[in-house]
Design a protein around this ligand. Structure first.
Ligand SMILES: CC(C)(COP(=O)(O)OP(=O)(O)OC[C@H]1O[C@@H](n2cnc3c(N)ncnc32)[C@H](O)[C@@H]1OP(=O)(O)O)[C@@H](O)C(=O)NCCC(=O)NCCS
Length: 290
């Protein structure tokens, strides 16, 4: 087996896409249809972003039979993050995932903190635990939204925000700035910010895809500001649209209260795996940019 850096090519993109779809498919269930063009474009952009910014953390494993698995990890200041770890079903359980994860972890050497949005796969949970990550059970909140059930958010709130402000909030809440990730998120998401006496924070919400509205990261220094941001973001989503909020740990009670009030359903959502940090109170990371 050989590991080599992922490339920004149609072949590598197709391999990662194929392995990801197959790896996450439930056994015995037919594979999902290929993503719609708008979602595929989003996945392509994500792939390109990490290949460009994290060439040493983005790897593909292959042998004579073809591509076996892939990993994508990022380094942003002193925070290491794992965005993708997948192994094709026929190659699972043979050490491929371990080899990919070891290389991705080596890329994060020297980083004080680490974040992974871990799936429910016990092999993944075991591997992250063995690498020193604490497993924080997470829930996913999803369903048709009824925004009229939410109160008017009290307190100051702005549309948009300066990248330096976003980075400063990141440093305070998660110990390192997202840097180039924010520009990537801004292309497709709405950004709300709060810079007020009761705290500061931001959230990205993606309403641009037809099938789903998704919270794409929320960082706030207090739970009051976090709640204000999420309430405001959801109140502007058209009634009945399917909304998804992932990686919500027990610390984010404010998020559970808001989401359940607005009609979303809680479901098991894997583990938020953290190293060198406890879950901050105003923090709902995305699975990819974390
Ligand atoms: C999770 C995944 C990446 C692991 O890759 P893999 O090549 O199958 O796993 P490996 O063979 O390298 O084994 C990884 C660990 O799981 C353990 N493991 C392997 N098969 C196992 C099984 N059937 N049950 C429990 N643990 C198992 C291994 O012992 C190893 O732990 P160890 O190093 O402490 O011994 C892969 O199975 C996968 O793609 N799963 C579906 C997608 C997914 O959930 N990805 C993770 C996203 S966070």
């Amino acid at each position: 087996m050989i590991l080599r850096p992922l490339r920004d090519t149609a072949d590598d993109l197709a391999d990662v896409q194929r392995i990801t779809t197959a790896a996450f498919a439930a056994p015995g269930v037919p594979p999902e249809p290929p993503p719609a063009p708008a979602r595929q474009a989003r996945l392509d952009a994500l792939h390109r972003h990490f290949v460009r910014h994290d060439p040493d953390g983005s790897l593909i494993a292959y042998d004579a039979s073809g591509a076996l698995g892939a990993v994508v990890a990022s380094r942003r200041e002193s925070v290491w993050g794992l965005s993708l770890l997948v192994v094709a079903p026929e190659a699972q359980g043979k050490g491929v995932g371990r080899a990919l994860l070891d290389r991705a972890l080596a890329y994060g050497e020297g980083c004080a903190r680490g974040i992974i949005s871990g799936s429910l796969d016990p092999r993944a949970a075991r591997a992250y635990w063995a690498a020193g990550f604490a497993l924080h059970p997470a829930i996913r909140l999803e369903g048709a939204l009824d925004p009229a059930r939410l109160p008017t958010p009290g307190g100051p709130l702005s549309e948009g925000g300066d990248p330096d402000f976003l980075d400063a909030v990141d440093r305070q809440v998660r110990g390192g700035a997202h840097g180039p990730d924010h520009a990537e998120l801004l292309r497709d998401c709405r950004l709300l910010t709060v810079d007020a006496a009761d705290g500061r924070g931001y959230c990205f919400i993606d309403m641009s895809l037809p099938d789903k509205v998704e919270l794409m990261g929320l960082c706030a220094t207090t739970d009051a500001v976090a709640a204000r941001l999420l309430t405001a973001a959801l109140r502007d989503v058209p009634a009945g649209r399917n909304v998804k909020i992932s990686n919500v740990t027990a610390e984010q009670r404010w998020a559970v209260d808001i989401a359940l009030t607005a009609g979303l359903q809680p479901e098991p959502g894997g583990y938020l795996c953290l190293r060198g940090m406890r879950p901050p109170v105003g923090f709902v990371p995305t699975g990819k940019y974390l």
